[in-house]
Design a protein around this ligand. Structure first.
Ligand code: SF4
Length: 266
């Protein structure tokens, strides 16, 4: 028997994915839609507030999947500290949770998922990667849709609509200047500029990451780090000391060779 389609918004906590979810529900009806979120337990508390308010506005409960470990616990399990180029946390806490959920929809409910992402035209390469991933990785290909690229006007202002028309305040990480709002600014793939921003805005949170890195290095007696400089480990402690010495400002736009994280739209 043919599977019935179900429309699944990949709800990341960002404005674009919220707007895409809203339009998806308008088009296909709540009864045929799912608002899906994978929780890493490191998210900023205001992201949860935003997501709850958006879910209320749309009138659809969030379907949440939680592995139960934090990224730090995944690093210990793999004896590998996630870094700017490779992060197992993303695979374990986000990708694996998503794939198993989609397989359950097919096997247990006889539904055929169609995935919706809030990726904008300026990130087209990420859309191509995701499309490719979902065409090949799971057992059967899964259809992906990118309404911000394929359907809506290029100049659509999702943030403005959410704030001004829906009356919902955006997650505070936007106004605090973070370009990556996942994992509460702690993302191990964030890179130099991101960690400078974290140190500037939330020094306590930066110190927690620094402590996590130091503990991991001691525990496994490995010279490893989240950031890399000239292809070599460069600890958050070293970075903090450099920022203290030279001033944070010059590091806020620091270039690096970070590989973008999939978490912002998965
Ligand atoms: S946002 Fe970064 S730290 Fe969090 S799960 Fe994804 S890769 Fe890991």
């Amino acid at each position: 028997m043919d599977r019935k389609p179900v429309h699944v918004a990949m709800f990341s906590g960002g404005a674009a994915s919220a707007y895409v979810a809203y339009q998806m529900v308008l088009t296909h009806g709540k009864e045929n839609c799912i608002l899906f979120f994978t929780n890493t337990l490191w998210e900023d508390e205001d992201n949860y507030r935003f997501m709850d308010e958006v879910a209320d506005y749309i009138g659809l409960e969030i379907t949440e999947r939680i592995d139960g470990r934090t990224p730090e616990e995944v690093f210990y399990d793999y004896r590998f500290l996630g870094n700017s180029r490779l992060a197992k946390c993303s695979e374990e806490l986000k990708v694996y949770q998503t794939i198993t959920f989609l397989e359950e929809l097919r096997d247990e409910k006889n539904l055929e998922p169609i995935l919706y992402f809030g990726i904008g035209p300026h990130e087209k390469h990420r859309a191509d990667n995701l499309r490719d991933f979902y065409e090949h990785r799971p057992i059967e290909p899964i259809e992906t849709r990118f309404p911000m690229i394929e359907t809506f006007r290029a100049d659509l202002d999702a943030k403005g609509i959410i704030q001004n028309e829906w009356g919902i305040k955006l997650p505070r990480m936007y106004e605090l200047g973070f370009t990556h709002a996942n994992c509460g600014g702690r993302c191990v793939r964030g890179g130099f500029a991101h960690y400078a921003q974290l140190y500037k805005v939330w020094p306590d949170r930066y110190n927690e990451q620094e402590e996590m890195e130091e503990n991991f290095r001691k525990h496994f007696e490995k010279h490893v780090s989240i950031l890399k400089k000239d292809g070599k480990p460069y600890t958050l402690k070293e970075y903090r000391e450099t920022m203290d010495r030279e001033g944070i400002e010059r590091f806020l736009n620091a270039p690096d060779d970070t590989v973008p994280c999939v978490c912002s739209f998965s």
